[in-house]
Design a protein around this ligand. Structure first.
Ligand code: AMP
Ligand code: MG
Length: 323
């Protein structure tokens, strides 16, 4: 392997521009972007209080300016640096789910830049559950805006190699291995004692209800979470969901590739199998879709997950990918 990597460097093609923790901190403090690991997906990070740095995120991702960015913080004590209100209910959520794949959307303090807010009156905050990223946040003293490190509407990256595949190998990457959760965070907006689910993640929805105690309320003034496009999380190859293995066998051929969840009849052509377990499938989903996309198949046939609580976030992402 050593000879392969030196050969690739000789040819001027490193697979990624890897940086270590200290290099990542130096770059971020200098207003540069760095792709960072989290437990959900890799993020393209920049200093959340530096507009020039934030604008690079939008331009590299080709992300519309009205799609707000999630601000990653080291711990709960930093919420009030950004949020104008941290209500008892919001505190309950934070204490229950941080660090973890859970984002709180709260009313923003007036000084919070409209660039990070995507012009919304709210700010999104999360304490990620990833040891290396927590070290990065703690040692840099920065809060980091970090949307998924991929081009707008493309598949999210769950490895350092995925980042380079989408954004090119000039983007510095702090490699923290494959993401453990594999699907973007759950997003909940809170104002006072009212809350609203804005995006499903792998955190079971029932846990949110248990902590809230009260059912979700629609706000009089709806909280907007722009950027939840139907055309999202998409490979380049068209996706079709199937429910029965009979339909799969009928629709598959040498130009299709299929993704199977658990045992059953297998199709013609290439196929990938994942265990019929939601956490496992979430962890491997984007990596498998990246691999399937690279086959240049005519169509990707994907098994529809069960319509059960544990699978809803996966179902949501696949429905968007198939749109
Ligand atoms: P991601 O691209 O996975 O980092 O998630 C970003 C998404 O979080 C956005 O597309 C919005 O849906 C939501 N979001 C982020 N910041 C805000 C905010 N200030 N107000 C409302 N929703 C937000
Ligand atoms: Mg994204």
């Amino acid at each position: 392997m050593a000879s392969l990597s030196s050969k690739m460097q000789f040819l001027g093609h490193t697979l990624n521009m890897h940086v270590n923790l200290q290099q990542a901190i130096a770059k971020l403090k200098n207003g540069e972007v760095v792709a960072i690991p989290t437990e959900t997906v890799y993020g393209l990070a920049a200093d959340a209080s530096n507009d020039a740095a934030l604008l690079q995120i939008y331009s590299i991702k080709e992300r519309p300016a009205n799609n707000p960015l999630i601000v990653h913080i080291a711990d709960i004590s930093q919420v009030t640096d950004w949020a104008a209100e941290f209500s008892p209910l919001a505190q309950k959520f934070a204490k229950a789910f941080w660090p973890g794949p859970f984002t709180l959307v709260l009313p923003a303090k007036p000084h919070v830049s409209p660039v990070v807010r995507g012009n919304q009156p709210t700010v999104a905050l999360r304490v990620p559950n990833h040891a290396l990223t927590l070290q990065l946040l703690n040692q840099s003293g920065l809060a980091l805006a970090a949307p998924s490190a991929n081009k707008f509407t493309q598949l999210s990256p769950t490895t350092a190699a995925h980042v380079a595949a989408s954004l090119g190998d000039a983007i510095p990457v702090l490699d923290g291995g494959a993401c453990r959760v594999g699907i973007e965070s759950t997003i909940v907006a809170v104002q006072g004692e009212n809350w609203q689910l804005l995006r499903l993640g792998m955190l079971p929805e029932a846990n949110i209800h248990t902590v809230a105690g009260l059912p979700a309320l629609r706000f009089k003034q709806a909280i907007k979470a722009p950027g939840q496009h139907l055309l999202h999380y998409s490979p380049r190859t068209p996706i079709q969901l199937f429910t029965s293995r009979e339909a799969l066998v009928k629709n598959s051929n040498s130009r299709t590739a299929a993704l199977l969840l658990g045992a059953g009849a297998v199709p013609d052509g290439t196929y990938f199998e994942l265990h019929n377990n939601a956490a496992d499938v979430a962890q491997k989903l984007y990596d498998t879709l990246h691999k399937m996309d690279a086959l240049n198949a005519e169509k990707l046939l994907i098994e529809t997950p069960p319509n059960e609580p544990a699978w809803l976030a996966i179902l949501d992402r696949l429905t968007r990918a198939a749109h």
